[in-house]
Design a protein around this ligand. Structure first.
Ligand SMILES: *Cc1c(COP(=O)(O)O)cnc(C)c1O
Length: 458
């Protein structure tokens, strides 16, 4: 297909869905530091991880050797229901911006869960089923992960217990309904069903909860219930691995139109969709073949990479999980209630953190939410897709970069990840439209309190 005659949507065939996930660790110049046992401070072994996680997923988590890991057929068959996802040329947005840049986005919101999270949910549910488990437990913040996992567990006939951040459960009752429709049991967190939840409620009976507190509850239930394991929707190596289908498909689509992105932009909460989008392109960069410029985008209200510390820290508020070396604001940091629920985690995936630390991710930008919704609205009006607030962080930066090209006349090829749909975020759009949305940016003092809780581990 000649460049210059590029369709609005560049589709791949079913046959072109990747047959293997790409394991970036096999190519990283410096591996991320190992996750540590919180008691002994020694690297976690497979035996220590297995009480919590499925056996096969533990292998994937610790695998730093195999560049490609074959996707089992039942997972690939499920992918066929909603993949390959389209790579879209944003012609209408380009015209609106009057930019010489070529803007593309990879849209992961076209499945019922509404985000990329299904790519890993179906894989994790499959391995749990293969292991003969009764079910799994998890947490969900905004509800995207819980929804994706309830679809996946429903498909394989697995029981699912979801701890949903209480404030989200109140703000997004429809999310809860979708999960229940697929058969999940949803408990607002903190709850009185676990020891850690009861303790949190004692300390603060009106707590709206946080991702960290919901993780603590879900892990407690998994390790104390027979036939259950815990699964997590971001941050972990295995999740980033599963999300590599996004970038592999993107690269294959670019090959069809004989183009290659100069700039790759994605929002980063725990880091999975950005890492997935980057995957095949980062492989090229690590091999010295190409040099795409990577930008991660985070909310100014939860600036783990732009203002956080690169340190060993816990992944949950209860401080029960292993320690991961990552960019972190401290496990006790509570971001203000911004509307990009999926971007409110205090830390960042160790793989992504290491890549940023080593300069392979070129830049991180923190954006205020009113700016994000302004970009989301512009995008929706011109491209006809209502974006998730998380994804709109990437849109905002893509627009900024396209406008820079307008000034310089550069015809850059820009790729950004449109990680999800905004249909479950209409409360946020309502606030924005009514002009009642505000920006809450933590002060240095707020951050200092979070940093104080970071354990002193080198
Ligand atoms: C969960 C979520 C994110 C953030 O998670 P990552 O692991 O950083 O990808 C981003 N966008 C959407 C739509 C999400 O649901």
């Amino acid at each position: 297909m000649a460049n210059g005659n590029i369709p609005y949507k560049i589709y791949l065939s079913e046959e072109e869905i990747p047959r293997a996930w790409y394991n970036i660790r096999a190519d990283m110049k410096t591996d991320h530091r190992p996750i540590l046992h919180p008691g002994t401070l020694q690297p976690m072994t497979a035996e220590e991880l297995e009480p919590v996680f499925c056996t096969e997923l533990v292998k994937q988590e610790l695998n730093d050797k195999d560049r490609y890991i074959e996707i089992p057929k039942p997972i690939r068959d499920f992918y066929k229901m909603y993949r390959p996802s389209p790579l879209v040329r944003a012609y209408c947005l380009e015209r609106a911006l009057d930019t010489p840049a070529k803007i593309y986005y990879k849209y992961e919101g076209g499945n019922t869960s509404g985000s990329h999270k299904l790519n890993s949910a179906i894989a994790q549910a499959y391995y749990a089923k293969e292991q003969g488990l009764k079910g799994v437990t998890t947490e969900t913040g905004a509800g995207q992960w819980g929804t994706a996992l309830s679809m996946a567990c429903g498909y394989f006939g697995l029981d699912l217990k979801v701890f949903m951040v209480k404030i989200s459960a109140q703000q997004k009752p429809y999310r809860k309904t979708v999960m229940e429709t697929f058969g999940a049991k949803v408990t607002p967190s903190p709850s009185d069903t676990t020891n850690i939840g009861r303790k949190m409620l004692e300390e603060d009976p009106n707590s709206g909860g946080s991702l960290g507190s919901a993780i603590s509850e879900a892990v407690e239930v998994a390790v104390t219930s027979d036939g259950y394991k815990y699964v997590l929707g971001s941050v972990l190596n295995m999740v980033l691995l599963h999300q590599s289908v996004i970038g592999q498909e993107s690269k294959a689509a670019f090959e069809k139109i004989d183009d290659y992105p100069d700039l790759i932009i994605g929002c980063a909460g725990g880091g999975s969709n950005l890492s997935g989008l980057m995957s095949a392109f980062m492989a090229d960069k690590l091999a010295g073949k190409t040099a795409p410029y990577f930008i991660a985008v985070e909310p100014a209200s939860c600036p783990s990479m732009t203002r956080g510390k690169f340190a060993y820290d816990f992944c949950d508020t209860g401080m029960t999980t292993p320690l991961a070396k990552m960019y972190t604001l401290g496990a006790t940091f509570r971001p203000s209630s911004n509307h990009a629920g999926g971007l409110r985690f205090h830390g960042m995936a160790p793989i992504l953190s290491q890549l940023y630390h080593d300069g392979f991710i070129d830049e991180v930008r923190a954006i205020e939410q009113t700016e994000v919704f302004k970009a989301a609205t512009l995008f929706a009006r011109h491209e006809g897709t209502l974006p998730a607030p998380e994804a709109a962080h990437a849109i905002k930066v893509a627009i900024d970069e396209a406008l820079k090209c307008k000034q310089t006349g550069e015809k850059k090829t820009i790729l950004f990840g449109l990680s999800g749909t905004g249909y479950f975020d209409l409360g946020a759009y309502m606030q924005y439209n009514e002009g009642t949305m505000t920006d809450q940016i933590p002060t240095d003092e707020d951050l200092r309190r979070g940093f104080e809780a970071i354990p002193k581990v080198e």
